[in-house]
Design a protein around this ligand. Sequence first.
Ligand SMILES: [Zn+2]
Length: 450
Amino acid sequence: MTHELLVSGGLVVYPEKTIRADVAVEGGRVAAVAEPGRLRGKRTIEAAGCYVLPGLIDPHTHPVYLDDIASLSRSAAYGGVTTIAHYAYAKPGQSLLAILKQMRAEGEAGSCTDFALHGGLFETLKQAEEIPGAFELGVTSFKMFMAYAKLGWMTDDYAMAKAMDLIGRHGGLACIHAETGLAIDYIQDRMLAEKADFAERFLETSPDVAEAEGIFRAVSIGRLMRCPVYIPHVSSAEGLAAIRLLRERGARVFAETCPQYLGLTWEELKGRGALGKVGPAIKTEADRLALWEAAGRGLLDAIGSDHAPKPKTVEEDFFKAAYGSPEVETMLPVVWHYGVNTGRITPNAVAALLAQNAARIFGLAPRKGRLEPGADADLVVFDPAERWTVTAAAQHTKAAYSLFEGRELVGRVKKVLAGGRLIVDGEEFLGQSGQGRFLPTRAGKGGGKE
Ligand SMILES: [Zn+2]
């Protein structure tokens, strides 16, 4: 038979193998993957000399700052991301279910990529009552913060235990921002009293030991409540050590890091002022290398962007400035350049860390995360040889800066298919606002023996 579309002659990447193959697309799905020349298509996308990766899954974004879901999904598409799990934050006084419904409607109207949602609990004791209702809406993962008490964001251990009890009973997943919040608040207060230069001493307010303690405490409460725990944005060697220890004991813990922790160090960011303020802090070269080592060995499960660009300037008061940076569009090229091009990880690990693992953790497989017949035809044609320079001006986020500004990278996204439709072709955007669909998740399966 002649298929609607053929992606021809590329190196198709899976976590366990790379094969030269043609990918046939029919009705928005992968119809077949076969040796070059064996399939026929009405149209052909030439991928010779390129890798063909599954459409990336970004499990960690915040579409409520400079970028809304529409602009975030467009920037993501240029980065090869075709599925996004956004955090839907219910701030104190807000209803979790109302926020989830509102964000789903916003996504269905504006997203050019498929999307899922995580709930975010800020008034956890009260909002936990809405967790069963969230499962009925197809939301099965829930974020809580152990830090940021001064902002009113912190969940204490009692409330976390209650939420994890409910999440665990429903078969979901707790996503925990793991840092020792109150000790960090004391450190900040002491530095304020000393009139410290926060732009110079930022790392002291987000220390590696605080991350390790937070991870150990969160996952331990999860073990008590029989609730698996996902740790977003792991940033330090100490944090990885805590994860390793917990895994050895059979704890159900998943770990994510982000491109900013893999491609940058705090030393390199010092001249960037408040732009470089992200939470947890981007740490040292030793931490960066430890994260790569963990990515190569499978200690890390996923890479997410933590895309959260806010209006900031280099000069503004560092202590008062908001946390966050634009990351989603540069995520794949950064991971490829600093990981694959240096031999730290393989292209196969990229397919695992940026697609398949997140699909499995959040219950989006087999529809997402892997190029098999029957899966959605979401894929990225990636040229590993193209040399280019990151500039904020050429990015498609609404943010006017990039932490990778001026970096020369080798490897670039050339074409992106979502549901069998070409949405990015080089510089050209062919996607449509609202073409993305809401994906219910079934998070929290697997991950440890307990
Ligand atoms: Zn985040």
